[in-house]
Design a protein around this ligand. Structure first.
Ligand SMILES: Cc1ncc(COP(=O)(O)O)c(C=O)c1O
Length: 437
């Protein structure tokens, strides 16, 4: 029996409910594979992060890291909740603009922003450009001169802290492609260059230490490091940082062994760490920004699949194959990510077997779950993989020329397609015939 699904997630028929909608009905109405989001869960997470800042009377921004899942509808929901976004490409920026997102609440990240992307960001008045490297300082300076414009910026530093899952290493991760190095003086040099440019309004510093983090120690560490650098910049260069941005990475539960903290526990620890660290300084009360991605959309997402073929091997685990796989969720194949999957018609049914849940893609590595406990299934049964909302659809591909699934938002018993299922015609619409000379 799956322990994650609680009684309030079932209807009278015992079927899984997503956003108040019967998941069997969703699968029938929209076909599978299907990505479904419980929108109220997205809202609750954003509100949980915001609440702690408000209760502590701290200036803040909860900036949704939209690489986790970017779509017009998603940007609309984030806007409705009054949160910020961060984008990492022209494509994400474009999608947010299409959604009518107020771009002054957007930050633009990336370690190789192109000239065109910077022009787009400046023209659309993106709130903050998070400067990552020296090339970008020059390119942005050129763009600002050409457009006769100004922009707010932050400087991204490499904090020398790496925190992945439950490890927190203080000296690790200096060797990173992101941000300015501290020890070699690059960050100081970047600061001087930015301060010397009257078109750049430097509002603060940024760092991001990793993803799927389960402990507060890494965030306390990065908060301390950012305050230390801000203090050094004030003393040495007279620069007063207004914003400390500690990035994202708050862990979520995928499987039983994952024991994430609640949003409020992370935020509380970050606020306390920064308040304490600024006390002996003259930094005053900098605003605190965070950039949660996974923790906002991950738990709200479900991938629905229909069971197809089965292969039983004497003495080995059986393969149960579904109609999706690595094209709609690359994470298990890419980095052995683990998930739990339930039978939608009876999520609390006792388990009767352990199977390998396989995808339909032509790769032996296309296994969605290496060891999935399930009741006995038959072709046509609908399965729901849980907590798939982050870095699933956003990393989807057309491998094997499979169309990407539809994405549905479900809330208060209503459902709506927010990204249509791709058709075969969509797959060839960019193809051009080759004219042999
Ligand atoms: C700069 C930055 N901020 C925020 C995030 C979001 O991380 P998560 O989805 O783990 O919260 C990432 C993820 O890679 C990132 O690179």
């Amino acid at each position: 029996m799956n322990e994650q699904i609680t009684a309030d997630q079932l209807n009278e028929a015992g079927h899984l409910l997503i956003g108040g909608c019967d998941a069997i009905d969703l699968a029938h109405e929209y076909q599978t594979p299907l990505v479904v989001y419980d929108v109220s869960q997205i809202r609750q997470q954003i509100r949980a992060f915001k609440r702690v800042f408000e209760e502590n009377d701290v200036s803040y921004a909860v900036s949704y890291a939209s690489k986790a899942f970017a779509a017009v509808a998603m940007y609309q929901v984030v806007n409705q909740e009054g949160a910020y976004i961060d984008v990492v490409s022209g494509g994400e920026m474009y999608t947010a603009i299409q959604a009518g997102f107020p771009m002054e609440r957007a930050s633009f990240h990336g370690n190789n922003k192109s000239y065109d992307e910077l022009v787009m960001a400046v023209k659309h008045h993106v709130g903050v450009i998070v400067i990552d490297n020296f090339h970008e300082i020059d390119l942005l300076s050129q763009v600002l001169n050409e457009l006769d414009a100004k922009t707010k910026v932050m400087i991204r530093i490499t904090p020398g802290i790496s925190a992945h899952t439950n490890k927190y290493i203080q000296t690790g991760q200096v060797d990173s492609k992101f941000g300015f190095d501290l020890a070699s003086g690059q960050a100081d040099e970047a600061l001087q260059k930015v301060l010397a440019n009257p078109r750049m309004d430097l509002i603060g510093l940024h760092a991001h230490i990793g993803s799927q983090i389960f402990e507060v120690a890494g965030f306390e560490g990065v908060a301390n490091k950012l305050v230390e650098v801000a203090d050094h910049w004030q003393k040495k260069f007279g620069y007063q940082a207004k914003v400390i941005n500690v990035g994202g990475g708050f862990g979520i539960r995928y499987v039983k062994d994952d024991q994430p903290l609640r949003p409020e526990q992370f935020v509380d620890a970050i606020i306390k760490a920064i308040k304490k660290a600024v006390q002996p300084t003259n930094l005053g009360k900098p605003a605190i920004w965070i950039e949660p991605g996974r923790s906002i959309v991950g738990p709200a997402g479900y991938n629905l699949y229909t069971v197809g073929s089965r292969k039983d091997l004497p003495g080995l685990k059986s393969y149960v194959t579904v109609d999706g796989g690595m094209g709609d969720n690359i994470r298990p194949a890419l980095y052995q990510a683990k998930y739990e999957t339930v039978l939608v018609s009876d999520p609390q049914a006792p388990f009767t077997e352990h199977v390998r849940l396989a995808g339909k893609y032509c790769e032996s590595g296309d296994i969605l779950c290496q060891d999935q406990a399930l009741p006995k299934t038959k072709p046509g049964d609908v399965l729901a993989m849980l907590d798939t909302g982050a870095y699933g659809y956003s990393m989807a591909s057309n491998y094997n020329r499979n169309p990407r699934p539809a994405v549905v938002f479900a809330e208060n018993g209503h459902s709506q397609v927010v990204i249509k299922r791709e058709t075969f015609a969509d797959l060839t619409h960019l193809d051009q015939p080759y004219e042999q000379n």
